[in-house]
Design a protein around this ligand. Structure first.
Ligand code: KG4
Ligand code: ZN
Length: 327
């Protein structure tokens, strides 16, 4: 089974070919250059760029895999959540290709796609597992009972983790996307030098809240009109300590409550150095096997959608040409 994966939910235009579970090509065209000067993603510009870039990206993915369109047996595409205009471009292309070739089409939930980056890279994983999915728009703790069977244990009540990274980076003058910039800067900082409040979330759910920490960082910056590089490094390190601390603490709590057989990290923020380290340490202390994708498979890509699509097709799932993008 040779699957063409497509990804256009946000600011990466991507296509990949998966051949019986083996990744043959993985092409990712980032739009960072386009959105950088706005300090964040401009949805309409993202859609237009997907429109220009998607077919060349698909052609490159096919060429990289040494195949042509008639060799494709199925098409898997992210249909949501994401920017609806951006998603529509990928969904329309996937439908056209599936219809033209007369092959199955399967819509993939973007967050499920992120989880499957781990199955793609590490093979069959012990189930049930708890997945921490942290991206630009989501911070979700998910209990995966089996393929296609999930319970959302917690999510963010305000900003997503990646969104907090991006907003804080922007306020620090580090540009977009902010996550990788803070990651690099924080390595040179002292995480105890700037006091920041730990997020508090009322109630029993395993929810997150990151808007308070973001505001606290903005207040610190207001009091430092001309921060030095060293101060910014300390602030970045302190911010990471708090955000990563909250993410790992809730993951540990979810594990104690639901007793999974494995822990999985996923989404763009899963490429964060400190989160990867602390997640691994927590899993070891709990005596649980844990999995993280390589950084290139953490941020948006189409290989993960092809992998999730392959599993869905294996369960007999098919979508019709009425498949729609949903925000
Ligand atoms: O999964 P993703 O590529 O797109 C969405 O589905 O949203 O995640 C993008 C997010 C951005 O907020 C970006 O700043 C963050 O992932 N990110 C990071 C790192 N690399 C990407 N955050 C922290 N540390 C990183 N190294
Ligand atoms: Zn994503």
């Amino acid at each position: 089974m040779r699957i063409l994966g497509i990804e256009t939910s946000c600011d990466e235009t991507a296509a990949a070919v998966l051949d019986d579970g083996r990744l043959r090509s993985n092409v990712i065209a980032s739009q960072t250059d386009l959105h950088h000067r706005y300090g964040g993603i401009v949805p309409e510009l993202a859609s237009r760029r997907h429109l220009e870039t998607l077919l060349p990206v698909i052609e490159e993915a096919l060429a990289g895999a040494g195949v042509t369109l008639p060799d494709i047996d199925a098409v898997a595409v992210t249909c949501g959540p994401g920017l609806v205009g951006a998603l529509t471009v990928g969904v329309a292309a996937a439908k056209a290709i599936a219809f033209g070739l007369g092959v199955p089409l399967v819509g993939v939930n973007h967050l499920e796609g992120h989880i499957y980056a781990n199955f793609l890279e590490h093979g069959p994983l012990p189930l049930p597992l708890v997945a921490l999915i942290v991206s630009g728009a989501h911070s979700d703790l998910v209990l995966m009972h089996d393929h296609g069977r999930y319970d959302v244990l917690g999510r963010t009540r305000d900003d997503a983790a990646g969104e907090a990274f991006d907003k804080v980076a922007r306020a620090m003058g580090l540009g977009y996307p902010g996550g990788p910039a803070i990651d690099r800067l924080a390595r040179h900082g002292n995480d105890a030098a700037v006091p920041l409040p730990m997020p508090v979330v009322e109630g029993d759910r395993l929810d997150f809240s990151f808007s308070g920490i973001k505001t606290a960082v903005l207040r610190v910056l207001e009091r430092q009109p001309a921060p030095t590089e060293a101060f910014l490094a300390d602030l970045a390190a302190a911010f990471e300590r708090v955000v990563v601390g909250a993410l790992v603490e809730k993951t540990v709590r979810a594990t104690r409550r639901h007793r999974p057989r494995a822990l999985v990290l996923a989404g763009g923020v899963a490429s964060n150095t400190r989160l990867r380290d602390e997640f691994a340490r927590a899993a070891q202390e709990l005596g649980l096997s844990h999995y993280r994708p390589s950084p290139v498979l953490c941020t948006d890509n189409a290989a993960m959608n092809a992998a999730a699509g392959e599993a869905a097709l294996g369960r007999g799932r098919r979508d019709t040409l009425s498949l729609a993008a949903h925000a």
